[in-house]
Design a protein around this ligand. Structure first.
Ligand code: NAD
Length: 269
């Protein structure tokens, strides 16, 4: 019997088959989970590109629903959680795999970032987790959990990560506070801090090719991680196998986070 047999939940953050949320979803489906999904609203309802991309992936697995949600809208978030309650009653997991910063504010130095760009990046990448937690809190079963995705650039300076580093710092702080607030009810909140994975979001942050080289050269395992590895570790944190783990930021990054200096042979003449 699968680890998620009889478990129900929602996934926010699939854009396409490269999305980390899709890698996690595949593991959840494989373990028997029943899942509802959202997609970024389509500008032209006659050409539902975003919806179709998500449906193509999840419908063959028996997705319970696929509805639009822009996390900057309280009304749309309310609709998602109303639909979730209608469909499932109580739930066991919520996956938040969402981030955004306006390219002009993300690619420049932090000191050039605009007030509006900062607000939007924080709203979509951090506040959305809080907004979802407020709505999920009453719906989660005891033992249920939330998971979000972070990156090492929130703990330390990673060149090119810029404004998103500030967002991930705040996100990881929110994970701790939410975990302490959910804990007394037996509900958990965690993050996976993933190494670089080729996705639409990743292509907007720094030079992704060089990031891959960095991990290949300096991480203890001398390689990059796969989306499947992020999927498996994330599924573990959402599962009952992680019932004693909350407020955690689990690094799935071939060990890169523990390294303070490059291998000394990097300085060989
Ligand atoms: P992705 O582009 O596939 O996913 C980002 C998702 O955010 C998309 O589905 C997009 O539609 C959604 N989104 C953006 N603005 C939104 C809004 N206003 N309302 C609703 N949804 C919105 O890229 P990804 O790499 O899978 O990113 C998922 C998460 O993983 C992000 O938090 C990202 O920071 C994090 N992460 C990614 C990497 C990486 O290297 N790819 C590494 C560590 C952490």
């Amino acid at each position: 019997m699968g680890l998620f047999e009889g478990k129900k939940g929602i996934v926010l953050g699939i854009a396409n088959d490269h999305s980390i949320a899709w890698a996690i979803t595949q593991q959840l489906f494989a373990e028997g989970a029943e899942i509802g999904f959202t997609h970024l609203p389509d500008k032209d309802p006659a050409r539902p590109k975003n919806e179709n991309k998500v449906r193509k992936l999840v419908d063959p697995h028996g997705a319970k629903f696929v509805i639009p949600c822009d996390v900057t809208s309280d009304e749309q978030l309310d609709t998602v959680f109303e639909k979730t309650e209608q469909e499932f009653g109580k739930i066991d997991f919520v996956l938040h795999s969402i981030a955004f910063a306006p390219p002009a504010d993300l690619t420049g130095p932090v000191y050039r970032c605009s007030r509006d760009g900062f607000k939007l990046a924080m709203e979509i990448s951090v506040y959305s987790l809080i907004a979802m937690a407020g709505r999920a809190q009453g719906l989660l079963n005891e033992g249920g959990s939330m998971l979000t995705l972070s990156y090492l650039g929130g703990e330390r300076v990673i060149p090119g990560y810029n404004l998103m580093g500030l967002c991930k710092s705040a996100l990881e702080s929110a994970v701790g506070y939410l975990a302490s607030e959910f804990g007394p009810e037996g509900k958990r909140v965690n993050a996976v801090s993933a190494g670089p994975v080729k996705t639409v979001s990743a292509s907007g942050v720094g030079d992704i090719k060089k990031m891959f080289q960095l991990y290949e050269t300096f991480s203890p395992m001398r390689r990059n991680i796969t989306a499947e590895e992020v999927g498996k570790s994330s599924m573990f944190l959402l599962s009952d196998y992680a019932s004693g783990i909350t407020g955690e930021v689990l690094h799935v990054d071939a060990g890169y986070h523990c390294v303070a200096a490059p291998p000394l042979d990097a300085f060989d003449e």
